[in-house]
Design a protein. Structure first.
Length: 125
């Protein structure tokens, strides 16, 4: 049986629920914005020659395979984060299941691992 100190009022629980819902909505918008940007970058890398460009550069070269591969990985990571959000798993580490800090998600909303599991010494973008 729970202790009285562990029982919260329904009002406080509803406020907390609204706060989390708002945070998730903000993170979803951020993910969707980044997805559109990443998809646009991938499309640009796949076809760097814009026929509408006024003064095409003679020195322009095709993007490296590594840049195209990284753009694909970025799109896939963001899509995976949106899928995890849809499944109710977003915001938890895929390895240890600890909750990811909100600051980390705001900085890099597509991350799926905590800093420990990712082997990071500090948070990077």
């Amino acid at each position: 049986m729970p202790l009285m100190a562990e029982i919260r009022s329904p009002r406080l629980l509803m406020e907390e629920c609204r706060r989390y819902t708002t945070q998730l909505s903000e993170l979803r918008m951020l993910l969707e914005e980044r997805l559109h940007a990443a998809q646009a970058e991938l499309a640009r890398l796949r076809d760097p020659y814009d026929p509408c460009e006024v003064a095409p550069s003679a020195a322009r070269t095709r993007p490296s395979a590594a840049r195209v591969r990284q753009a694909r990985l970025d799109v896939a990571a963001i899509e995976a984060a949106l899928e995890r959000m849809d499944r109710g798993l977003y915001g938890t580490c895929t390895r240890c299941e600890v909750f990811l800090p909100l600051d980390r998600l705001r900085l890099a909303p597509h991350v799926q691992q905590c800093a420990s599991c990712a082997g990071e010494t500090r948070l990077t973008a």
